[in-house]
Design a protein around this ligand. Sequence first.
Ligand SMILES: [Zn+2]
Length: 49
Amino acid sequence: MKKKLALACIECGSRNYTKEVGTKIRTERLEIKKYCRYCKTHTLHRETK
Ligand SMILES: [Zn+2]
């Protein structure tokens, strides 16, 4: 069973990426540094529901 998460830029709130995770794995909130095309730079992206 997999669950889709959106990764949103913490700077502008854009949901730029999605990620599939297993429902068993419930760690802390993911925070991944990724490129945001709205901010035009790498920003921290956080999981949203
Ligand atoms: Zn952004």
